[in-house]
Design a protein. Structure first.
Length: 148
């Protein structure tokens, strides 16, 4: 493993964990690619666990601004026309994790059923990670073997 791949794996893991912390989010591997879904709909494509880091998200509000960034482009297969944006980062490029978390949040809200979005708007699910990467204050305390 090269030094360039190790941080990419760490960053990819952080983004994956962030995406899967949303209400009713789960992971699947269609077409050999890691995706996060809610109610059967993809809200983020997370790539193939290879050297480069990349993702694709649906950005109905910030898509035009996102496309002005050097690492972003319209998603292929006609998805770009529907507001999907892809971002990819080479081995030496700085990854804006906070921005990517905000994009994942926007994409989830664009794809998820309104009742699940309402859960987020009402303060979020217990333990949900915010766009800043912080857990909500309402997170349930962890049980240990000694607590009853």
């Amino acid at each position: 493993m090269t030094k360039a791949k190790a941080p990419r794996r760490r960053e990819a893991t952080l983004l994956r964990e962030f995406a899967l912390a949303f209400p009713e989010a789960y992971e699947e591997f269609p077409w050999g690619e890691r995706v996060a879904k809610v109610k059967g709909k993809v809200f983020v494509f997370l790539g193939r666990d290879e050297g480069e880091l990349g993702l694709s998200v649906k950005l109905p509000q910030s898509g035009m601004l996102a496309l002005s960034l050097p690492f972003a482009s319209p998603t292929g297969y006609g998805l770009g026309k529907a507001g999907w944006v892809s971002a990819s980062f080479g081995a030496r490029e700085r990854i804006p994790l906070d921005l990517l978390r905000a994009w994942i949040d926007e994409s989830y809200r664009a794809v998820a059923p309104k009742r699940l979005v309402a859960v987020l708007s009402a303060g979020g699910e217990a333990g949900h990670v915010s766009a800043s990467g912080r857990r909500s204050a309402e997170a349930k305390p962890r049980r240990t073997r000694h607590s009853r």
